[in-house]
Design a protein around this ligand. Sequence first.
Ligand code: DP6
Length: 333
Amino acid sequence: MRSARATACSNIALVKYWGKRPDTDPDLNLPDVGSLSLTLADLATVTTVTPSDDGQDRFELDGRPLEGRPAERVARHLDRVYRAGGGAGRRPPCRVVSVNHFPTAAGLASSASGFAALSCAAAAAFETDLDAAALSALARQGSGSAARSIFGGFVRLDRGTRPDGRDCVARPVAAPDHWDVRLVVVQTTTGPKAVGSTEGMERCRTTSPYYPAWVETSQADLDAATEAVRARDLDRLGPIMEHSCFKMHAAMMASRPPLLYFRGPTVEAVRTVFDLRQNGLAAYVTIDAGPHVKVLTHARDAAAVAEHLRRVPGVAAVSVHAPGPAARVEVLP
Ligand code: DP6
């Protein structure tokens, strides 16, 4: 074993992943729908994996020791990468140090960049020759959205049909420089912690009467959005992106008990974007399993969109992100 450091950027889904394939091995973490994302510059996790010098796994996140369930999740993921790389017997104990470089509380989940960086750093540290597709499949097992953060720019993760999940890997659709768009991240004031994605999607799948409709209609969105990205057509992509987002939230809200991720300022920010559009600006929203709003717009309009959103009462911070690069890894001396 050697030491390696990986950097992976976060991503935002333009066509959403929500729900896991039933009747498959839960450890494979196979999505019930395909998704399309944009990897984001300036929202990166840097993870170093080195041999542990005291024979024990030691994990640290943002300067604090990682314990309990999050630490178990990391240990399990290291086991997966070790085995996938052909490692036999007991995995060597590791020291993992991970730092999130996100602008002041961007209010974004870091599991996508986190598991992507961990997969790449661990694969290099265990001296495996796993390629990007294999790394994406491994990252997916850590967190579904992480499969997409292995690649830069616009990335598509197909649902696949194989029970072993080998056809469920992300693929780049277009490089970061393909299209000069920006994602404006609008952080709204935070309330009590919302239900996490893993738990939320299972509740939605098992209780929401709209879940089957969500799954049935997602493939058409995915294909149409992929085409719109290739054609660099924001006024074609935008409505599909909003449709995917609001269908997902409708299915969430119809769960029992309901999953309501919006706060007041979430709705106000969405309305502001709708108003900007009335006035001729091409800007479209998406919202994940939380209260923050992300807005896709042309690079030339990003500053104006951000300025309007900063004035929305209850908005805490607004940051603007260009398409970001693929995950990268270096072997340390
Ligand atoms: C709403 O990837 O966090 O952000 O696979 O259970 O770890 P797990 O879920 P996660 O879910 C992301 C859900 C989403 C939409 C998306 O990113 O596609």
